[in-house]
Design a binder for this molecule. Sequence first.
Ligand SMILES: [Zn+2]
Length: 450
Amino acid sequence: MKTYFLSLKVIPTKENENYNAVEGASANFWILENSPKNAFSKAAFYVSKYDWKLTKIETPPVETTRINFVGKDIGLQNFDKAQKDGIAMVFLGWSRDGKTTFGPTRMKLPYNFNLNNFVKKTKQFKNKGCCLHYEAGERCQEIVKAHSIQKQGALSMIAHNGHVYRLTTDISALRKNKGRVSFQKKGINDVSTFLGFCRMHDNKLFEPIDNYPLIPTNQQVFLYGYRSLCRELFVKENSLNVMESQLNDIMDRKWIKNLFSNFGRGTALGLKNLRMHKSIYDNSLEKNLYQNIKYVLFTSTQKPFMAFSGLFYPDFDFIGRQLQDLGNHDTALELITFCSAPMKSGWGFLFSWHASNSKVCDDFMKSLATMICEKREIGDLLFRLVISNCENHAISPQWWENLPEKYKEQIIETSSIGVSFFVNTPPSYLMEGLEGISNWKFENVITNVK
Ligand SMILES: [Zn+2]
């Protein structure tokens, strides 16, 4: 990551404890980030967090090195602090009476975010299971740790001594890595699990995909999609519960309330859509209408180094066009699921969507076909999609440990887009990036789409 310096002119808001004394200030930032735009978003966030309002950009983000600050005490000190903490800031203010100046001063946190409480609540909710099967009821006695990526097959195929690498976004790891995601080695028993099914329903429902390689039959394709959907629903419900319980504790601080309620609103909207999609799938499942699922499967005879299962609402496609507006609360969002699946020889990259979601999903797949026709590497296109849209994945230890540092760095950077408060998804996010890393080759395409 690079170190950006920027300077902003700010005025105190009414909530600011210096409001009566200070007329304005120059807020200087040293920020570790991967682009000037991200550095600016982060600085703007901190300005409002400390009860200031941005009025002017004095120095736009410039990339700096330590040499730029040698001999400048405050500059050097803060450059070094940014290397350690990811961000350093100094506010230099002038008073309303025009006589005194204040600063340089380090801002103290106006609200002491209770991290331990947050972590505790997240765990509590995560450990509360329920069966999401459409026939769930009294017979669902024993909630099990259901694997959203099969343990036998998909995970064991890439594991080394029972372990794989997976993305971690938990808050203590984020803090340790200056707000960036990281990859940790984990036993496959604990990877991709969620408490979303009882033993009976998990075994019975997913038998055709857990015990047989992907052929594909319509039923198998349906089940892969259904499982991605149930896992996402489980995870999103938990995160909304945690957020709601946090909001009750912090009603007094405006910035953090705004941050959480915006984030919560997005999660609630996503959840509302997920519930709707699940009821559509439930309905098809109940009537055995598996042909309602459309799919495109890319098959590869290579040995897989990665297993994944995810879904998203396509906002931008592979050629950068907007397909739907995720901020639009009035219309239902269309959903596509994707996963890797073990096949008789090799593995498959499977996209699937319910026929009722064809408006957006067909266009999304057409944009992929366009890129392939233009001789773009299909392996790059699909790998980029997984890394930027799916946190539910596992990577082979041999592959990850032998990967050049610069590729690891690129993967971490791309994975961080999805989890950062500060970065909006750019329209071109599926168009470029992560070239030449996966070396995935696909020999065939199997589809039921005309
Ligand atoms: Zn059940």
